[in-house]
Design a protein around this ligand. Sequence first.
Ligand code: ATP
Length: 490
Amino acid sequence: MSKNNEDFLKSVISHAKEYGFVFPSSEIYDGLAAVYDYGQLGSELKNNLKTYWWKTMVQMNENIIGIDSAIFMHPKTWKASGHVDGFNDPMVDNKDSKKRYRADQLLEDKIERYRKDKKDDRADKLQADLDKAIQEDDLTALGNLIEEHQIACPVSGTRNWTDVRQFNLMFSTQMGATSEGAEKVYLRPESAQGIFLNYLNVQKTGRMKIPFGIAQIGKAFRNEVIARQFIIRMREFEQMELQFFVRPGTEMEWYEKWKELRLKWHLAMGGPKENYRFHDHVKPAHYANAAVDIEYKFPFGYREIEGIHSRTDFDLKQHMEFSGKKLQYFDPEIKQSYIPYVVETSIGLDRCFLSVFGHALTHEDLSTEDKKDSRVVLKLHPCLAPIKAAVLPLTRKDGLPEKARELMNKLKLDFSMQYDERDSIGKRYRRQDAIGTPLCITVDHQSLEDNTVTIRHRDSMEQERVALEEVERIIQEKTDWKNLLKAFLD
Ligand code: ATP
């Protein structure tokens, strides 16, 4: 597979499904649009990404603590945050196909098509017009651009569009026993508000001094108008967010610092530098005085994977007003009370998963003059690999499985392991390559005689003979979190 063709997503989706990383949700009922389940290996990889984030953001920063707030929050939360009135996407329907699209995305797609066709002038002009329309919240202008650039519905092929309208992305449900007494509550569209509502509790009980941060990992829900590109745009997804509280006036310094740190975090996992870029927001959201996205270059184009926003004191101020509770901080250093400013880093775990998984998925041609051969190998950073090592008895007889089980029982106390005795050893190596296992340990007849085993390395495919008592140390060294974390020591 070439990493530069449009089949990239197809091959990622099929590999993710075939090996138990990601499944369409409710598949036996034909699936549920833009909802996905992580399978046995996907959930391990996802957990490892969470661990990496939690270790670098919470455990390694003495002034950042982590929480786990509820998905349901008091409905006033979303009034105060501006989501009830302002969390909208501009949407347009095609009257023939009855399909609904995000107007800005139809225009973005057109820009990409112009660029592909080498019509850069047209692309630049449309980009400028689109930015202006978005900046001015001008829905009529968006509609006019769709008409002017003769954008047709991909399904019906017609240009029979409705006006562009706003569409709120929050899911709501009822809380309470009876329909009359029930209260409308929302599924949170971001985890950040759970942090703001706990700001005072955490600051007081943790005796936190500004600057300090509150981090959390959790689900968020958005009724996306169009769901596409696999786990890039889901209706239920997971975020890893940090709200970092600072003294007003120092926010831009912290904003720059967090930009740099967050990019470093992505790069440490092994992706090439040229696949990442910063993209400044033309129009930061209503709450922000600066905003940038970290974008990742997928084979189908750049996509945002993380947002970094300088949120001012907007959120705490709003919650103070709506709740009537004081959310100020007394700064002993300057002997003043103020509402802290906030710098947020918000990464989508699922998009991060796709960037890491997609980059790691490699098709290697191993053909020689005499023989055609190839393999699929998932070159994940060893710390992130779902399975750290596999124990493989060469045959199913002569006491080899017993010897291998003994080793397996010892190693599984410390590592995520797999035991496999089915099929030829070559096939088993390939299966482990395909799921990204850094090391395979083969127990053979010689092992019975001299207590040595073969260790095969995933990326080089090299094999070495080592003493049985060395195996634990070798796996430990290869997959030690410190390999990834040491770059983040002060
Ligand atoms: P987009 O412009 O792509 O809709 P956004 O700017 O609304 O994204 P944020 O509100 O900044 O996104 O959310 C922070 C992160 O959460 C994003 O960088 C992204 O990785 C992730 N995210 C947002 N929406 C989704 C979604 N529908 N599915 C998966 N991840 C998402």
